[in-house]
Design a protein around this ligand. Structure first.
Ligand code: FES
Length: 105
């Protein structure tokens, strides 16, 4: 069972941009991919804990600001080295104008 938590309203994350939030013990990046919607992943790079939210979002790929690994925000998949392991994805629900993230309970 997951707990849905409102993190923003849709107008707070324009297409092509991302925000970061801390919910319970999770640092989460929420990205708005143009034409695809909103996606959430761990805000911590699996290579060496870089803050992905401080990196650049290009389409569906976010680049870690530390050593340049990229991740697919839609799935958490590592797209380029030096990261190999995926970051954890979180389910996102848009309810009216609210963006909600599903947290594990
Ligand atoms: S910490 Fe992200 S690429 Fe190294």
């Amino acid at each position: 069972m997951a707990k849905l938590v409102t993190v923003a309203t849709v107008d707070e994350i324009p297409a092509g941009q991302a925000i970061t939030v801390m919910l319970d013990d999770y640092d989460i990046l929420i990205a708005h991919v143009e034409g695809e919607g909103y996606f959430a992943i761990d805000d911590v790079c699996t290579h060496d804990d870089g803050p992905l939210g401080e990196g650049e979002l290009c389409g569906y790929a976010v680049e870690c600001p530390r050593h340049g690994a990229t991740f697919d925000v839609r799935s958490g998949e590592a797209l380029t080295l030096p990261a190999i392991q995926p970051v954890r994805p979180f389910r996102v629900v848009v309810d009216g104008d609210e963006i909600k993230v599903a947290l594990p309970e």
